[in-house]
Design a binder for this molecule. Structure first.
Ligand code: AMP
Ligand code: MN
Ligand code: MN
Length: 330
């Protein structure tokens, strides 16, 4: 088991009065939950803490605000220059989005993460791909530092663990992941409601969009690859938002015989596409994603593609499917 060196981060925290935490763009339960748990600890140390997010927090994660008391700040709010900026669950500088300036302006820059394929952009980096979630790293750090655990901290940390492991089901789960989860249950008691908030409680528009998604799913490589592209009109027809399609890549990977799923959505700007990849042991999609300028984990990765004169989306799609087929060991 890799023991991480937390000393540089610990020293940087000791010297900082104002700390800004930066979860990745399109923040998920791990990015927000890990930031929340860390923020609560830092606030208890008398630090002034801002969690600066790129987009409004997804509805299904709003309990982090209402039940754990976490405040997330949007970019339009003026944030003073921080003594320390910590990128949380951020694999790559680009995934700071418009908050790169907040990061760059900070006196000291750090990163806590668990992505295997990642860009080294922070002078202080604690990154361990063995952690199932960044939350597992936060647990290690707060334990080492002797933090006083509270129920709101446990809610945040457990959210990170549950969401990044598919409810402790994925191959990234280790005994340490379970131990961190168990510790949170000892602090907070029954946390099954977090599973319900994050994985159940599907909106009617999500169900309508799911019907569209299954109808549009195509199979490649003799059924070993599932491919789905949803466009703005698909969301409109179901009255759905981006949040409604969050679990779709995993949903497609779960189809019998499918080893790799590809889920494509429109990006923020015209000509931009967000591609989510999921796999089982047949393929390391983080490696493939990295070849296409993206990144992530062995079983869950992503790519941002921008079409230009050099390559259309259809050409990119064919190239990606061909590459995934080649790299598959089934
Ligand atoms: P997603 O499919 O968006 O849930 O992302 C799966 C994993 O891949 C996450 O760990 C992300 O951090 C990573 N990821 C997604 N998109 C990108 C990208 N464009 N560049 C690098 N990593 C990404
Ligand atoms: Mn994440
Ligand atoms: Mn994560």
């Amino acid at each position: 088991m890799t023991k991480m060196n937390w000393t540089p981060l610990r020293n940087a925290i000791g010297e900082a009065a104002h700390i800004v935490l930066l979860p990745h763009i399109y923040a998920d339960g791990d990015a927000l939950g890990s930031s929340g748990a860390l923020a609560l600890f830092l606030q208890a140390q008398g630090k002034q803490v801002t969690i600066a997010v790129e987009e409004a927090v997804q509805d299904k994660l709003s309990f982090l605000c209402t039940k754990a008391g976490i405040q997330f700040t949007l970019p339009e709010t003026e944030t003073p220059r921080a003594d320390l900026a910590i990128a949380v669950d951020v694999s790559d500088y680009a995934r700071l989005g418009s908050r790169k300036t907040l990061f760059d302006r900070a006196k000291v820059k750090a990163r806590i993460d668990h992505h295997g394929v990642s860009g080294d952009f922070a002078p202080i980096t604690v990154c361990n791909p063995d952690w199932a979630a960044t939350a597992e790293g936060i647990y290690e750090f707060l334990n080492e530092i002797g933090a006083n655990w509270t129920v709101p901290m446990a809610i945040c940390l457990y959210t990170g663990l549950v969401t990044d492991t598919g409810c402790f089901a994925y191959s990234n789960v280790r005994p340490e992941t379970m131990k961190a989860g168990a510790a949170m249950l000892e602090i907070a008691g029954d946390l099954s409601w977090i599973y319900r908030e994050t994985f159940e409680n599907k909106t009617k528009s999500c169900i309508a969009l799911t019907a569209v998604a299954y109808a549009k799913t195509e199979y490649e490589a003799g059924g070993r690859i599932a491919y789905l592209q949803l466009e703005a009109q698909d969301y409109d027809s179901a009255g759905a938002t981006d949040e409604d399609s969050e679990g779709f890549s995993a949903m497609l990977r779960a189809i019998q015989g499918v080893h790799v799923s590809i889920f494509v959505r429109d990006g923020k700007n015209p000509g931009q596409y967000r591609i989510s990849l999921r796999s089982d042991e047949a393929s390391d999609v983080s490696k493939v994603a990295a070849e296409f300028g993206g990144g992530g984990h062995a079983r869950a990765a992503g790519i941002t593609f921008v079409s230009d004169k050099e390559e259309t989306f259809t050409q990119f799609k064919n190239r990606l499917i061909t590459r995934l087929k080649e790299g598959m060991n089934v």
